[in-house]
Design a protein around this ligand. Structure first.
Ligand code: UDX
Length: 436
């Protein structure tokens, strides 16, 4: 099938390449000429495992191309819209500027029978508004939210755990759902749940999934706060409650909390939308979820300060990690980088290292010192803090090796990913998050 994908960021670029990899003919479109030039050369403009390979293959096969010219969308059967919906400057609501601009630019190139499939995360009610604009062209709007995790985006796109499509009522909606079933044929054929619903439900599935995940993380981080004043160990607590199949161990990793381009802004936009709908109280707890999350960054900073006898001024602190999570170079709302910035603000000599995210981090926070080499970053450090659980730090950095490089013997484990006993046995003062 011929497909167009409007927006070639973390979502759209992966979607375009993944759709080509399952046999479709795809054109990716973006207003950013640099991004398009890089994608056209077969170079992934950001780090995402597996993307480079399917990009190269897609371009070589002739099924995948990229352009800044939205007219190239003409002739495609399905037009995916995967542009960003960032948090509004000065508010909590989602900024729909890019979604509106993408739809406006697409309208002149739509033909009757085309399907426009929104993938961006939008406030509930957006699809109904956009459908009115699209309907004049004879095309059908559907909402097909994306649940991909950065770091596993290729796999999550090709082999998702569910597909959700919000469609208008009647034959038009049924036809559009059928078209999407064809697009996702390999996943559908292997029995992946394919849920056809209305616009509002499809939009809400996405934001409620992210709200639930954020709540789960903040729940365990709240337990970490209680553990800290009682001497309990939150990681054992998580293991124990995680054995209950109704609870499950996933997303019960206590630490410096969630960040990234989705969870933080999505729960805020959800609160803002619920307020607009007169149901703010229904999701009031999301404010608490946000507050708990942000407190954990401060807690990690405090652990470093306390471990260095109350003063970090002039001390060298090595910060292991800048990305919001491993297997990503994304530093949007990264708790790791936030901790580094706060320590820098207290006068510490902060050196940040990360296997992938240094360039992005430096663009955002040029005031920090960066060192690509892990060992150079920790050399002569008074304290080491691990804030992104890359294997390079979690598994591959032995306490004995670290001891041969650092000045001090203080390690703060912002992700509860290090072997506490091994570090203590090697003579280190180890501090976890919600652990004795
Ligand atoms: C998330 C959703 O998982 C995905 O379905 C949605 O489409 C987009 O948002 P992503 O932002 O890639 O994906 O990251 P995710 O893996 O969900 O992690 C989010 C944050 O939570 C990271 O900062 C991570 O470090 C943190 N986290 C995760 C925890 O602090 N503890 C955990 O147990 C799990």
């Amino acid at each position: 099938m011929r497909l167009s994908v409007i927006g070639c960021g973390y979502l759209g670029a992966v979607h375009a390449a993944a759709m080509a990899s399952i046999g479709h003919e795809v054109v990716g479109i973006d207003v950013d000429a640099n991004k398009i030039a890089s994608l056209s050369r077969g170079e992934a403009p950001f780090f995402e495992p597996g993307l480079q390979e399917i990009l190269t293959e897609g371009i070589a096969s002739g099924r995948l191309s990229f352009t800044t010219d939205v007219a190239a969308a003409a002739g495609a059967t399905v037009h995916f819209v995967g542009v960003g919906t960032p948090q509004q400057a000065g508010g909590y609501a989602a900024d729909l500027t890019y979604v509106n601009a993408a739809i406006d630019s697409l309208l002149p190139h739509l033909a009757p029978g085309d399907v426009v499939a929104g993938k961006s995360t939008v406030p509930v009610g957006t699809a109904a508004d956009l459908a009115r604009r699209v309907s004049g062209t004879g095309a059908t709007l559907v909402w097909n939210p994306e649940f991909l995790r950065e770091g596993w985006a290729v796999q999550d796109t090709i082999d998702p755990d569910r597909l959700v499509v919000g469609v208008p009522a009647g034959a038009e909606g049924e036809h559009a759902a059928e078209t999407l079933r064809e697009v996702y044929h390999p996943a559908v054929a292997k029995g992946t749940p394919f849920i056809v619903t209305d616009y509002a439900t499809a939009e809400l599935v996405k934001v409620s999934a992210n709200a639930f995940l954020a709540t789960k993380i903040s729940f365990i981080n709240a337990m970490a706060e209680i553990a800290e004043v009682t001497g309990a160990d939150v990681t054992q607590l998580a293991d124990a409650i995680g054995h209950d199949a109704r609870i499950g161990r996933k997303f019960l990793g206590a630490g410096i909390g969630f960040g990234g381009g989705c969870l933080p802004k999505d729960i805020r936009a959800f609160s803002a939308r619920a307020e607009e709908l007169g149901r703010g109280e229904s999701v009031n707890f999301l404010r608490e979820v946000d507050a708990i999350n942000l407190r954990r960054r401060e807690r990690a900073v405090q652990l470093v300060v306390d471990a260095l006898d109350g003063a970090v001024f002039g001390k060298k602190v090595a910060v292991l990690g800048a990305a919001f999570k491993p297997h990503s170079d994304d530093v949007r709302d990264s708790p790791a980088l936030d901790v580094a910035v706060r320590l820098h603000g207290l006068g510490a000599h902060v050196v940040v290292t990360d296997p992938q995210a240094i360039d992005n981090a430096r663009r955002l926070h040029p005031q920090l010192a960066y060192e690509a080499d892990r060992d150079a970053a920790i050399r002569d450090a008074d304290a080491v803090i691990m804030v992104t659980e890359w294997d390079e730090y979690r598994r591959e950095l032995s306490p004995a090796h670290a001891s041969s490089l650092t000045h001090g013997r203080v390690v703060v484990d912002g992700r509860n990913g290090l072997d506490a006993a091994a570090w203590r046995d090697a003579g280190w003062s180890y501090y976890g998050m919600g652990r004795p």
